[in-house]
Design a protein. Structure first.
Length: 344
């Protein structure tokens, strides 16, 4: 029996993240046990474990969520305990009240759950004001240790995934331009046309993956003491993505136009050979841009380090059967050239 995908991640978290979480949890347990003796410091350990996140900014968000949730939950538990005593059903009432309070104030799901869990634990383990205050102090200790550990022990900077995904996007975009260039002058079977469309459609999810990775990298620099070493690098990646995004759109559009208007005589048009040559040049320039940005996963040998795309083509009018396709390809090629050479 295979373990359901719902409980397994596509890849493991970095081992360093596991070590940091363990170190923060142990430190919070020991310090909270010393500062607030008498009870097992469960709240401190949970807070530290939850606060150690992939980035310092996320750690602060989780710390705020955890702290506010615990404080509100403890206040609700103490208030209900003082008003109604300690019958067993009061725990259920506290959970309902906590969830309603979180709903009224439009708390995030994480904060709302934390309010309810804290109220339940305080009532189940001891609802006196002294006990409640100790649990708040304990939580704040765990939160502080989680932030400190995450900030001091190799603060994560998520530049590697951004570089990888952007490089893969650039390589596949260049390959898509080359595939279209190779297909244009020659007759194609329906199977080959479908294959061309399927492959070019992969560019959109790859572009989205690169966007998400760069955004995660930028987020990982927030409040990070190592940010100065990587800010310019991520800014250059963002600029390259902004350059490649319209080319992705144009490449998909060109392939779609070729698919929709294809017939076996397209390759006889005098302009097709020139368009194919310009597509290959555009593919070269995309690879060159990726290599200059130092994000290429496997640098390819280029025949020239000089941009190869020439000036816009001037062609004779195509035949009436193909003028829509030729015009569409020319316009998209003009836009690709504009992005690659920086023209508006």
């Amino acid at each position: 029996m295979r373990i359901p995908a719902a409980i397994r991640a596509s890849k493991r978290s970095p081992l360093l993240q596991v070590v940091k979480s363990a170190a923060a949890t142990i430190a919070a347990w020991l310090l909270a046990g010393w500062v607030v003796p008498g009870q097992l410091p469960v709240f401190a350990a949970i807070a530290a474990l939850l606060v150690v996140q992939p980035s310092i900014n996320q750690s602060l968000s989780k710390a705020l969520e955890r702290s506010i949730g615990v404080i509100i939950g403890v206040v609700i538990a103490v208030a209900l305990g003082l008003l109604l005593g300690s019958p067993s059903w009061i725990v259920l009432l506290a959970i309902v009240v906590a969830m309603l309070v979180a709903w009224v104030f439009r708390a995030t799901p994480g904060t709302g759950n934390q309010v309810a869990i804290s109220a339940m634990l305080v009532l189940a383990l001891g609802s006196t004001p002294d006990y409640a205050f100790a649990r708040i102090v304990e939580t704040l200790i765990g939160v502080a240790i989680g932030i400190v550990v995450n900030a001091l022990i190799v603060p994560p900077v998520l530049v590697g995934p951004a570089r990888r995904d952007l490089g893969l996007l650039g390589s596949e975009l260049a390959a898509s331009l080359d595939r279209l260039a190779a297909a244009l002058p020659h007759p194609q079977t329906p199977e080959k046309l479908w294959e061309l469309m399927v492959e070019v459609r992969l560019l959109r999810p790859m572009r989205d993956a690169a966007e998400a990775s760069i955004a995660a990298g930028e987020e990982s620099l927030t409040l990070n003491p190592r940010r100065s070493n990587h800010r310019q690098e991520l800014a250059e990646m963002r600029g390259l993505l902004e350059k490649l995004t319209p080319i992705v759109t144009q490449t998909i559009g060109m392939t779609r136009a070729y698919f929709d208007h294809y017939d076996d005589t397209i390759g006889r048009e005098p302009a097709v050979g020139a368009i194919a040559d310009q597509l290959r040049r555009a593919g070269h320039d995309v690879r060159l841009a990726v290599q200059i940005a130092d994000v290429s996963p496997e640098p390819e040998a280029l025949t020239s380090a000089i941009p190869a795309l020439t000036a816009p083509l001037v062609i004779a009018p195509p035949s009436s059967a193909h003028w829509i396709l030729i015009g569409s390809l020319m316009e998209d090629l003009r836009r690709i050239r504009g992005e690659l050479v920086g023209e508006e």
